[in-house]
Design a protein around this ligand. Structure first.
Ligand code: ZN
Length: 332
């Protein structure tokens, strides 16, 4: 074994004079493997023990060429000079010669080592290698489910790392989780823009909605509600609270939230309206849609201020604080 290692060192130094370190590698299993995926998983497992990463260089139906993820050199696509290129000194490619081939024969996969040498030190932190940061299918499904539930990326990552069911430590970064959720979102859009998807979803859910477009075809106002909300507002039409929230979307459209109050002092969702700005025209557009939700026999009107105070005198201070903190309209 020692002779083999010394021989390998001599070969490596003669063929690759830049090789500065002979790495004691784990022996790679030649197979057979039941599938292409099993072969790659086995190879990556060995690579993980030694502290390097393996990526697929090329792939054909019955052959897969694998190399070290430090193989090749970074391309200078932007035609940068050495001075301007200094910003990218974190590049990880070192033209590593490690190379193996996986071939399928009679339904089984075999590993053939072409070059088992590396020209870089082992990594003490395996999260530097994308191949070790990859999540399995179950974990990806878990990330997608959590993302759909609105859980932020950092919390998804924490949940994955805390989970003890997985055999190996999760090395993924927040960027990897973001990439998965972003890919999932793109897939769910199904070729539509986010706004087209929103309108499609509202129509699918049969939620009453209305919108207005500007001359460029961009949505400037969007109103939506739910059938249940309409029946509730017809029943509990005495008080409506409205408040605009900001920073809810990248288009910087204020979101007007409208809630009603039941006799049990609980609030219920009436509708939400995205408006272009907080100007009179925008509020007139929004209020006309909100007013249309009410029963014809109980048309809304803005009460006098002292009526509002009387209302709060009878109905408690909780609502009074709501009044202080919100734009308030009382329909009687
Ligand atoms: Zn390498």
């Amino acid at each position: 074994m020692l002779v083999e290692l010394l021989y390998a060192r001599v070969i490596s130094c003669s063929l690759y004079p830049h090789i500065f370190r002979m790495l004691p590698l784990s022996e790679l299993s030649p197979g057979p493997f039941a599938s292409h995926d099993e072969l790659i998983a086995n190879l990556r497992g060995r690579a993980k023990l030694d502290g390097y990463g393996v990526s697929i260089a090329r792939s054909k139906p019955n052959v897969v060429y694998l190399a070290c993820d430090k193989g090749g050199l970074n391309r200078n696509n932007w035609k940068l000079t050495e001075e301007t290129r200094k910003r990218f000194t974190t590049s990880r490619r070192t033209n590593c010669p490690f190379s193996v081939v996986g071939r399928e024969r009679d339904g089984e996969w075999f590993l053939e080592v072409r070059n088992n040498l590396h020209n870089h030190p082992f990594s003490s932190d395996l999260s530097a290698h994308p191949s070790h940061r990859k999540l399995d299918q179950d974990q990806i499904a878990e990330v997608e489910a959590m993302s759909l539930a609105g859980i932020p990326t950092r919390n998804i990552l924490t949940a994955l790392r805390k989970k003890k069911t997985s055999n190996s430590k999760v090395l993924s970064t927040a960027r990897d989780i973001y990439n998965i959720t972003s890919r999932n979102k793109t897939k769910s859009l199904n070729g539509r823009t986010p706004i087209q998807t929103l309108l499609y979803e509202l129509q699918e859910a049969q939620s009453p909605c209305d919108f207005e477009l500007d001359m460029n075809g961009h949505i400037t106002h969007l109103f939506f509600t739910h059938e249940k909300s309409i029946s509730l507002i017809k029943q509990y039409h005495f008080t409506v609270l409205m408040d605009c929230t900001y920073k809810t979307n990248r288009f910087k459209l204020p979101l007007l939230n409208v809630v009603g109050i039941t006799p049990f002092y609980t609030t219920f969702f009436i509708c939400a309206v995205f408006i272009k700005a907080e100007k009179q025209d925008d509020y007139e557009w929004a209020l006309s849609r909100i007013a249309a939700l009410f029963d014809e026999n109980n048309p809304p009107k803005v009460s006098e201020f002292y009526f509002t105070l009387i209302f709060f005198f009878f109905f408690g201070f909780t609502q009074f604080f709501l009044f202080i903190n919100s734009s308030f309209v009382n329909f009687t």
